[in-house]
Design a protein around this ligand. Structure first.
Ligand code: 13P
Length: 247
């Protein structure tokens, strides 16, 4: 298989500052065999408070690193928020936006996620834009209506050049224990590529990706990589996914 594969770990609210330091004590050794693989891009997205040790560790390993959210205003009276200039001082280049947990637990609306995506692009950084339906929405036959609404909200305010720079991540029904089959994931990623209107955009799949299912998912023609939650928290389980894909 010759396509470039993206293996991104979303740590969510896991791995403290000290645990992140520990992760990188183990990670370089594990990562070594994969380091020179031009067909692979590894990235890790940590909580804000772990960004410093993440940046130090990631730079040593030559991997991409980023945050899991950001606000679109550069500064001001926005208690509890983090701005793009704040992240830039940590050399952050990639930011996850619109994760299903942000949408469903913290009620972030489509318009806010779209504005964040635009602001990140305008700052010269790469948004990892997440979208996807809940289990209820899938079971009621609304998968494509929901995703069209989520994607259109952002595509409406981006230029085609900006839309081409976004990394899209399809993450359905997260946290329900039910995951999409490779065929279902492929169907949505293919459909998304057509809706976005650019065959070259990068589209990841996220939802219980692990060593045992990675090969099948990553072999799908419209899936360019994985956004991995639980299996990214330890170096060995994270890279088992790559091993499975290659093997
Ligand atoms: P899991 O891999 O733990 O199912 O998490 C998926 C996810 O939400 C990644 O962003």
């Amino acid at each position: 298989m010759s396509k470039k594969i993206y293996l991104y770990g979303n740590w969510k609210m896991n791995n403290t500052y000290r645990e992140t330091e520990k992760f990188f004590e183990e990670f370089p050794g594990v990562y070594e065999p994969f380091k020179n693989d031009a067909g692979l891009e590894v990235g890790i997205f940590a909580p804000f408070t772990s960004l410093w040790p993440l940046s130090q560790g990631a730079k040593k390993c030559g991997i991409v690193f980023g945050a899991q959210n950001v606000y679109y205003e550069p500064k001001g009276a926005f208690t509890g928020e983090i701005s793009i200039p704040m992240l830039k001082e940590y050399d952050v280049t990639h930011i996850i936006l619109g994760h299903s947990e942000r949408r469903h637990i913290f009620f972030e609306p489509d318009e806010m996620i779209a504005k964040k995506t635009k602001a990140v692009l305008e700052a010269g950084m790469t948004p990892v834009f997440c979208y996807g339906e809940t289990l209820e929405e899938r079971e009621s036959g609304n998968t494509f209506t929901v995703m069209e609404r989520q994607l259109k909200a952002v595509l409406d305010i981006l230029t085609p050049e900006e839309a081409a720079k976004v990394i899209y991540a399809y993450e359905p029904a997260i946290g329900t224990g039910k995951t999409a089959t490779p065929d279902q994931a492929e169907e949505v990623c293919k459909w998304s590529r057509e809706l976005i209107g650019n065959p070259k955009v990068v589209i990841l799949y996220g939802g219980s990706v692990k060593g045992s299912n990675a090969k099948e998912l990553l072999s799908m023609p419209d899936i360019d990589g994985a956004l991995v939650g639980g299996a990214s928290l330890k170096p060995a389980s994270f890279l088992e996914i790559y091993g499975a894909y290659k093997g």
